[in-house]
Design a protein around this ligand. Sequence first.
Ligand code: MN
Length: 735
Amino acid sequence: MIRIEDVIEKVEKNRPDPDIDLIRRAYLFSALHHRGQKRASGEPYLVHPLEVADILAEMRLDEMSVSTGLLHDVVEDTLIDLDTIREYFGDEITRLVDGLTKIAHISNLSKEKQQAENVRKMVLAMITDVRVVLIKLADRLHNMRTMQFLKPEKRARISQETLDIYAPIAHRLGMGKVRSELEDLSFQNLYPEEYKKLSKEVEARRPELEVMLEKITDLIKEKLRENDVPFIEVEGRVKRLFSLWRKLKKRKLTIEEVYDLIAARIITPNDKKICYVALSVVHDIWTPVPERFKDWIGNPRDNLYQSLHTSVISPTGQSFEVQIRTEEMHQIAEEGVAAHWKYKESRLGKREEDESLDELRKTVEKLLLPLVETTETTEDSEDFIESLKLDLYPKDVYAFTPMGKIIQLPRGSTPIDFAYAIHSEVGDNCTGAKIKGRIVPLRTELQNGDVVEILTVPNSKPSRDWLNYVVTSKARNSIRHWISEQQRVESIEIGRKLLEKEAEKFRLSPKKLLNSDDEMKRIANEYGLGRPEDLLASIGYGKTLPRNVLAKFLGAEKFAELDPEKKKETRLESGMKAVKKFIGLGEDAIIIKGVDNLLTTRARCCNPLRGEEIIGYISLGKGIVVHNKRCKNVQQLMVNKERIVDVEWAKGDGQEIQSVRLLATTENRTGMLAGITNAIAEIKTGIRDARAEVSKNDRGLIEVTIEVFDKKHLDKVITSVEQVPGVIAVERVNS
Ligand code: MN
């Protein structure tokens, strides 16, 4: 069994001045709390954290990581909580342990295979420190190495997860060695039969392959020496079982058809020019296959892998691959991100600390491309590893449905985006949301790991407001679509009403026109519109004037004859109007349901209030703009009489709030603002804003924005403000 002294020895060898005491304390703590626990193999549980710490020491990670390796299962598997860890080991280790515990929870959710990519991204997104990933990989590696004691189903499940999530992460981080081992172990445990069959096939051929490899590597060495090309090593290898198996399956090949079943690798001193010289030597010995040449030195892979790959054919027709890379490239290919610790230690002195920090950060960024967008810049950090804190997916956020399905959204998304991401109907019917069981406002920004429950009510509708706080185009488009549908429905309704009214002015039966589909269609076509509804919608939007539609319906002659503009109202007609008004029937006005509806807006100039007398003006493309009848602009608008339309407030519940500005002129004395706001508050009226200033003629000017339901309410407020001692005058102001 491995001992803590072995681990400590490695740390001491690889790092200057390590905090060995910390590692010893972590060891004792772990031993104490895991005591009595056993692994599936029957060994003491402590073996596992010890081995994980050893793998981390082997990767040359710092003592924080090694200590976290020792402690990584304590919170998950014993009664110890994070607070206790913090008490004994401080914030940094606590953060690392917490990160690992979180991953343990996420990976339990990865049952659906198609979500593997999401889980992978989420694991990375939830981690803010690269060391957490490395420790997790070490943990997984040791578990995979000791899997033989588990039941086959459990082995298969863990192996699948390793293939789906952890091997790709190792690949992204350029950690070729860890990735290969994880893949081969997963293959062995997930498909034991196929593994056995394939390894038998390879073993049967191994003696022959080894002889071939020896000949190849000897020849390469000889020719390199002959040409004075320096090299550190030339090695031969048989393709790994997992990648061989994947290739056979994908390409439907037999083992004999695989050209890179064996490969040679030349490792040169750290000068990439030597690689190209070595390449020419190799191409001198054997015939290259041009289309298989790859220059990963000139164009490094995203994970910073660098190497020259060339496939050649021997005189006997055997093809194989030769890889050429420098020692440093080799180390990066094998160890990825972990290799960079090494370079930092060996290459750079203390003085260059700051630069080295920058350099390292840049390297890690590149290594994690294309995943990394930005990193936090921590300039004063003493511990250079601190600077490795990364937000690996800064643009995305991952949230869950209550059923555990992962929804990936851009940062800044809200529950509405989430709802539309589930289904457009869920979005349309969304009325509220719960995050982690608590009701939250719909504009709440989602955080990684949020469990979001969308509350819906059948047939409820989206709100135009939502457009202000959605970020996904799916949500935005769905809401817009709904609004334009709604607008169309309303504009058709309003258009119909306007046309009816206009027809009445001409003393035509509105039905005669509206029910004549052919006529309506003909007129619609004249406007370049398809259907009668389109014509009505166009009238409703204010694009087409009802008067002109009538002109087309009647023909010029008849139109002129019936035109009410040129005719005096008969006595009977004016009498009827008066009677109608008297008995409260009013005219057939357009009903304004509340303010700022889809097709009706309040004019800014007079900000008409519920309860006030109003008049509508059909504004081009904006629908009906509602003015106060006494608004000074109405006079001007009257010039376009045909655009004026009667409107009145719907008899609603009157609970719609509207803000109104009041300006009070007062004596210049203290307490005026308080006196006025108190008076307003006393009659239970909301105040949105209040400000006071002194005018040139030494008057107090107090402007208050209040929230009122209607004209009556406003009058009440004005009366009570007028009664505040010191108030000289109160008036309503509009922008
Ligand atoms: Mn573990």
